[in-house]
Design a protein around this ligand. Structure first.
Ligand code: HPA
Length: 275
């Protein structure tokens, strides 16, 4: 058997010794947004370090566990602690958690992240529904392993962020009084924030927001047939949009400041896409 597929199957086998819970929506929490996990009516949790061969997150604020349970009657698995490419992992390990959640039964993936605003019409504290993506200087998560049993080897990418789900999200958010931005998310490799020249280039390429995650996870999930949706929290304006340097502290401060809105949005999105 392909060694990457075998690794995935070993992870699935371990989780099934702990819980038979079948999630329908998988949720990945972004930087500074991990406290959302407290919203889950928890059935069970599994620490990444207990899963054989599983990558263990080292980034501050990413404490590394799957939370299984319910949000507004929707069965979910929440990834509290993301695996980032900039931490030095193989790209196949960065997307292993998403593949695992797919194998546990999740048909929908909600990716969240903290991002820099590239679009000058955006404001710090805005939320953006991701409609498309660009990957830049990051390898494809499909290059290692034989994923042909899970979907096409050359997947079509014209609707990675499921437009029907995006429509449901915008409608549900609108009913609750939220005005959301929409746009293209660009994944850069990090861990350095981007340069001014890179941000100018990314804007010309069509990016509205920039971050260090999400696109590779969306690609792997899409290849495996998941319906993907994404929500970016614009925690800062990207390099060069203002004169101020970007800091991790600013990212976390904004994430903390908008935590109540983020919580409300993720719950209403989960309900909207989980139906
Ligand atoms: N760039 C990359 N990643 C980020 C940013 C940014 O400006 N803000 C939050 N995550």
């Amino acid at each position: 058997m392909d060694k990457y597929v075998e690794k995935l199957e070993n992870c699935v086998e371990y989780v099934r010794t702990v819980t038979d819970f079948v999630p329908s929506v998988a949720i990945v929490l972004g930087s500074g947004l991990n406290n959302y996990a407290d919203q889950v009516e928890k059935v069970c949790e599994i620490s990444y370090r207990d899963i054989p061969g599983f990558p263990v997150s080292t980034a501050p604020g990413h404490d590394g566990r799957f939370i299984f349970g319910w949000i507004r009657k929707v069965p979910v698995v929440v990834m509290k602690g993301r695996i980032h490419y900039y931490e030095g992992y193989e790209i196949s390990d960065v997307v292993l958690p998403v593949r695992l959640m797919r194998c546990l039964g999740a048909g929908v993936l909600l990716l969240t992240n903290a991002a820099g605003g590239v679009n000058k019409d955006f404001h710090v504290g805005n939320f953006m529904v991701i409609r498309d993506q660009i990957t830049c200087f990051v390898p494809s998560p499909l290059r290692d392993g034989d994923w042909s049993a899970y979907g096409s080897v050359f997947p079509d990418m014209s609707d990675v962020y499921d437009s029907e789900l995006a429509g449901k999200i915008l409608a549900a958010a609108g009913r609750a009084g939220y005005v959301l931005q929409q746009g293209v998310y660009l994944q850069a490799s990090g861990p350095a924030f981007e340069t001014k020249a890179e941000i100018r280039a990314f804007r010309t390429m069509g990016a509205d927001a920039v971050g260090m995650s999400t696109a590779v996870e969306a690609t792997a999930a899409h290849q495996m047939g998941m319906r993907v949706c994404g929500l970016s929290c614009i925690t800062n304006m990207a390099c060069g949009v203002t004169d101020r340097p970007i800091t991790g502290a600013e990212v976390n401060e904004t994430a903390e400041r908008v935590a109540a809105d983020f919580t409300a949005l993720v719950s209403l999105i989960t309900e909207a896409v989980g139906k």
